[in-house]
Every structure is written in C-alpha cells, then in structure tokens.
Design a protein around this ligand. Structure first.
Ligand code: PEP
Length: 250
C-alpha cells in the first residue's frame, strides 16, 4: 500500500507564507512522487493559494474541517460544496483539537465523514485517546468507539475514499511519540475493526499515525505494520522537515 504523508498546518500561515511554504515543498520532493502520496491541509484562507502553488505537482489539498450541511444559518462554518468550489479534495474529520476544544461529538464527526463522501471529498477520520484514557487502560475502548461511530453508515464501496488517522492526543504537539510497539498495537486493532466492518475491503484502507512525527523518527514509525503513512502537524510547517518525512518513505 502506498503511504500517505499529510501535513496539517493548523492555524498557521498567512497567504503569502503559505504560497512560499507550498512552493518550497514542491521543489524539495521527488517528481514524480513515487514512494508516497502527499496531502496538505492549510487553513481555509490559504486553500486557493496552496492549490495554485502545487498545481503542477502531485500534492493534493484538503481542509482541516468542514460543516456537514451544504448551506444554511451556520455562522462561521464552511460547507462541502464550498470546499469543492475552491478546489479542495480532502478533509480532516474529528481531529482531536476539534473534539477537545470545540466539543465535536462522535455523531457530529460521523455526519462530516458521510457528508464528505456524499460530495466525493476524501475524509480522514482522526481518532485517539487522551493521556488520562491511556493511563486508565481505556485506549482500545476509546479507539473502537471513535472508529465505529465515525464510520457508521459508510459502505464497503467507499473504502477506497476513506483514511483513518490514529493520533494519541498525548503525542500531538508535545514532542512525545508513541513507541513503535504502542503505535503497532493500536494500528493492528484499527485494522481488525476495519476488517470487521468491511471484510477484505477493510484491508485496503490507509491508517496514518500522527503525533510528533519528525524526519528523525519517521522511518521507524512508518516501518510498523499497519502504519500506512503519517499525519504531521508541527514538522509540516517547514519544507525541509516535511520533505525529510516524505523521504523516509523511500
Ligand atoms: C496533528 O496535528 O495532527 C499532529 C500530529 O501534530 P504534531 O505532529 O505537531 O504532533
């Protein structure tokens, strides 16, 4: 399975800085991109600029969030058709910062996944436990609940469009990384859940690892069974470091 390396820029970058970073990245990665697929998730305001900057490359571009409804009285929100209108083809659903800071429930995250698929936008469902949940021995239960709820109603015919990202909350932006054994255990659990949901089609879904991935640890993490790529926050904000993670796939 070809790995996917995805960069989540979170709430960083002005439009000109975004153009510079995306342009520098295009210059820093192989063309053609043989060993990996690459996706960028800039802020909404930078989507057009980043799409323009990567238009001659194989990099795909998505949004970090999306409202499930197509239009309506949802002040401050962005709809699936608005994302399509700007040219975005992917969306993150249920990033832990959305769940923790903005109170997104499993059900709301599921609505986003279904809305994305309904519009041919490729969703990445993000799941992962907090430190308190891990210490209480609840990791497997939390991940199972988030995977089953987030993917409820998604048919096996859609598995080619779905990605799952396992991001232990305690490893996001902290410099702490799951050990290969910790990541491997949860990725194997998610793979089994996907097979339970979709039988053989569940084997084809990419499961990304996220949480302080850097050039120095990428190769080891990407070598873990059922780790099919990385969702990268901080290290995606510099072209050399994000390119270094992409290079670890070759
Ligand atoms: C993320 O935001 O999805 C993430 C994994 O962040 P970081 O790489 O900075 O831990």
């Amino acid at each position: 399975m070809k790995p996917l390396i995805a960069g989540n820029w979170k709430m960083h970058m002005t439009r000109s800085a975004a153009r510079e970073l995306a342009t520098a990245l295009v210059r820093s990665i192989p063309d053609p991109l043989e060993a990996a697929d690459v996706a960028l998730y800039p802020p909404f305001t930078c989507l057009s600029d980043v799409l323009g900057a990567v238009s001659d490359s194989e990099i795909s571009v998505g949004a970090q969030n999306m409202h499930p409804q197509d239009q309506g009285a949802f002040t401050g929100e962005i709809s699936p058709s608005m994302l399509l209108d700007v040219g975005a083809t992917r969306v993150l659903c249920g990033h832990s910062e959305r769940r923790q800071l903005f109170g997104e429930s499993d059900d709301f995250v599921n609505q986003k996944v279904l809305a994305a698929l309904g519009h041919d936008i490729l969703p990445t469902l993000c799941v992962g436990e907090t430190l308190a949940e891990r210490e209480a021995g609840q990791t497997a239960a939390v991940v199972e609940r988030q995977v089953r709820a987030g993917l409820a109603g998604v048919g096996a015919d859609k598995t080619g469009e779905v990605t799952v990202a396992y991001e232990p909350v305690w490893a996001i932006g902290t410099g702490l990384t799951a050990t290969p054994a910790q990541a491997g255990a949860v990725h194997a659990q998610i793979r089994a859940l996907l097979q339970d949901l979709w039988a053989a089609a569940g084997e084809t879904v990419r499961i990304l690892y996220g949480g302080s991935v850097k050039p120095a640890n990428a190769r080891e993490l990407l070598g873990v069974p059922h780790v099919n790529g990385a969702l990268v926050g901080g290290a995606s904000l510099s072209a050399p470091s994000f390119a270094g993670i992409i290079a670890a796939t070759s």
